[in-house]
Design a protein around this ligand. Structure first.
Ligand code: AMP
Ligand code: MG
Length: 486
């Protein structure tokens, strides 16, 4: 089957939702990697996509697959708190949608395939570094069980793109997402006071993502509730893995509840709640520990756009929105606790919050590697000696007293399974991602990239051949700063 069975719905929405585009051709495309599992799940033909000229041409943007209706989606967004009424897909083109083997609908999008009506001053292209980064991290997130957009393919364009650091090799990334509708998509129409479009978009979202809302007494309120819940789940899950999204602008907040936009994201090595990696997040707005407040802020912006759907009277609508948002804080705290209870092997009952908070304080004060701490604690729960765990702490006394408390509060019978499922052995560490990118930039060597992707496909499994990837960076390897893909 040398085609993609497109079944496009977004391009059927009114014309003001998008702009029709044609991907720009690239001069010398070459395959880097095809995600054959995902290709399979989507019912696509891996032999065609991954090993033929015409498959490569589609993934490079050099040919438009039959049935595609390439568009750039319009959206707005609050970037670092400041509203930008028009952003939109400036370096991405949605080819269309496919329905997978179990009936789920997915967007297929090319990233880095040239300018669109929303490109502003950008070139619409992607450097290879951000392409590889998004491939590695989004697939790692999927394997960690976190809702996320996926990587279908990465292709080198054979061209060079100009970035701050100089000319870089270019690439095209194929992204798969439950949809690319963002809080910012609603804001685009809210800013234009286009209430009709908001209703059309909300109805579309309900049908595509939250069809159960149709049975609710107040479907739009129910939609708001569902999005709040999805984001609450998502961000607490991130935090339990030490993940910092880095650019939680409302245009990077997906209505589906998937993680989207892997620009300056990072997993913490040495834990600190105020940790920030993004070079442009100078105020620490999107620090690890701020992500709960920020997602609430984003959800407030979403609620705002729905006001006309919540009630005809503005005052009543605001009241409904506020009421719907009220449970957020408690829900967030509950889910955060549940995630960390599992990481520590604590039972459901009892006041776990105190031990959780004290544990995070201890990790902060003692500058402990987040992932290795929970990994080694899981080994202790499984009956290993505490040496590897203890080695993380310079204050022995404090550690001993913490360990005694943990032994008392955790439940020996059930903790191991719980902890093994919550504490990954492998995460995409920054220095490893950087190493993989540099191997490509400097030597055209893709081996470290492929090895990293292969390893991260099973992050909870202990595999001796990847033991080196578990390790925290040496002082000279630490990557302190990450950059947007632009
Ligand atoms: P992001 O940082 O990926 O969330 O992008 C923010 C906005 O900038 C979006 O509207 C992007 O489409 C746009 N953008 C980012 N990089 C480029 C680029 N290279 N060319 C054109 N637009 C871009
Ligand atoms: Mg974005």
């Amino acid at each position: 089957m040398s085609t993609i069975p497109f079944d496009n719905t977004y391009s059927q929405l009114p014309a003001r939702f998008f702009s029709e585009e044609v991907p720009e051709s690239v001069s010398a495309p070459e395959f880097i990697r095809l995600n054959t599992d995902l290709v399979d799940q989507l019912g696509l033909d891996a032999d065609w996509l991954g090993s033929t000229e015409s498959g490569l041409a589609v993934l490079a943007g050099n040919a438009i697959a039959e049935g595609a209706t390439p568009i750039a989606q319009a959206y707005a967004g609050h970037q670092f708190g400041g509203f930008v009424p028009q952003l939109g897909d400036g370096r991405a083109i949605l080819l269309g949608e496919v329905v997978d083997r179990s009936g789920h609908r997915y967007d297929l999008q090319l990233k880095g395939s040239g300018r669109t009506a929303f490109s502003r001053r950008g070139d619409g292209k992607s450097a290879l570094g951000p392409v590889l980064r998004e491939y590695i991290v989004s697939e790692a997130m999927a394997a960690l069980g976190v809702p996320t957009t996926r990587a279908l393919a990465a292709v080198a364009s054979g061209e060079s793109v100009l970035r701050q650091e100089g000319p870089c090799p270019g690439g095209v990334f194929t992204r798969v997402a439950s949809s690319h509708i963002r809080v910012g998509t609603f804001q685009y129409f809210y800013a234009r006071e286009d209430t009709e479009a908001i209703r059309i978009l909300a109805d579309y979202v309900i049908e595509r993502h939250y069809s159960e809302c149709l049975q609710a007494e107040a479907p739009y309120r129910s939609l708001l509730e569902r999005v709040i819940e999805a984001q609450c789940d998502l961000v607490t899950h991130w935090m339990s893995l030490g993940f910092i999204h880095g650019v939680m602008n409302t245009d990077n907040c997906a209505i589906s509840g998937e993680t989207i936009d892997y620009g300056p994201c990072a997993f913490v090595d040495t834990f600190h709640p105020e940790k920030v990696f993004s070079s442009i997040d100078t105020g620490g707005r999107y620090a690890w520990g701020n992500q709960g407040q920020i997602v609430l802020w984003n959800l407030c912006r979403f609620a705002e756009t729905l006001l006309t759907l919540l009630d005809d009277e503005t005052e009543k609508a605001v009241e409904i929105a506020q009421e719907t948002l009220k449970p957020f804080e408690e829900m967030f705290a509950e889910r955060f606790d549940a995630r960390f209870r599992a990481k520590l092997g604590l039972s459901d009952s009892g006041s776990a919050s105190e031990l959780i908070g004290d544990t995070l304080d201890l990790l902060t004060d003692q500058e402990v590697d987040f992932t290795l701490f929970f990994r080694h604690l899981t080994q202790v729960a499984a009956g290993h000696q505490a040496e590897a765990l203890q080695a993380h702490f310079s204050d022995r006394e404090r550690f001993e007293s913490w360990l005694g408390r943990w032994q008392q509060e955790s439940c020996p019978d059930s903790r191991v399974d719980m902890m093994q499922a919550a504490n990954p052995i492998l995460i995409p560490r920054n220095h490893r991602i950087e190493e993989a990118i540099q191997a490509v930039y400097q030597h055209g060597d893709y081996a470290p990239f492929h090895r990293l992707v292969d390893a991260l496909a099973k992050p909870f499994e202990e595999r001796a051949e990847y033991a080196d990837l578990e390790q925290a960076p040496q002082p000279e390897e630490v990557v302190c700063e990450t950059f947007c893909g632009t």
